[in-house]
Write a protein that binds this ligand. Sequence first.
Ligand code: SAM
Length: 235
Amino acid sequence: MPRLYAVGVGPGDPELMTRKAERVLRSADVIMAPVSNPQEASVALATAREVLDETRQEIILHQFPMTSDKSRLLQAWHEAAALIAARIEAGQVVAFITIGDPLFYSTFIYLLRIFQASYPRIPVDIVPGISSINASAAQAMVPLVEGDERMLVIPATGGLDRIRVALADCETLVLLKVKPVYAEILELLRQTGREQAAIFVERVGSDRQIVLTDPDDMARHKPDYLSLMIIRCSS
Ligand SMILES: C[S@@+](CC[C@H](N)C(=O)[O-])C[C@H]1O[C@@H](n2cnc3c(N)ncnc32)[C@H](O)[C@@H]1O
């Protein structure tokens, strides 16, 4: 049955893809993977590659620019939606793959809104994936929350003030997208006496995975985009 699947492939370890993700990916006619620039490899595609058959399946790398320019982004999403819709209307099954989970800070959320508004007759199914937060907690062996505790997730690019407020009243704080403000976050942790409570995780689930708990190691490290921090304020 022609339709769109959004498939979360997990954080980068092919073994962390679900059986459902694998089944859907094997049966799809078209796989679309988002990339932020055409030279860059898609982490989602690399994760899924071993279950794909490029002789039978069409693989599309679609560029979603990393920009805050809403009109450029909107154009990229609408182009992707039109490409996908044309294939589904021709009778094909399309799988849009995302790292982690498709409804957790993912490009797919924008596509979903476009499909709901502009292509309401096309069926959409979502296959959840293991998010980078769960995989990072497992690798660092740190409990995320227990009992009555709360966990707050903040994209660090949204401003340091939100992080400062959260640190004053948090049990577990998870910071995503830490790269652009990494030095400022480390300084804030130092000022608030939380530096020993922080864990840094980069490229979890891949052979380039890094887990750091020592503040000096964190200070020496230059993070890449796929990195996050878990701060256990209550322990
Ligand atoms: C746009 S969000 C995507 C989140 C993804 N949908 C998920 O469920 O994990 C991108 C941010 O997620 C985090 N992230 C994604 N994959 C990661 C990985 N393999 N290792 C560490 N952090 C990761 C980083 O903070 C990165 O900046």
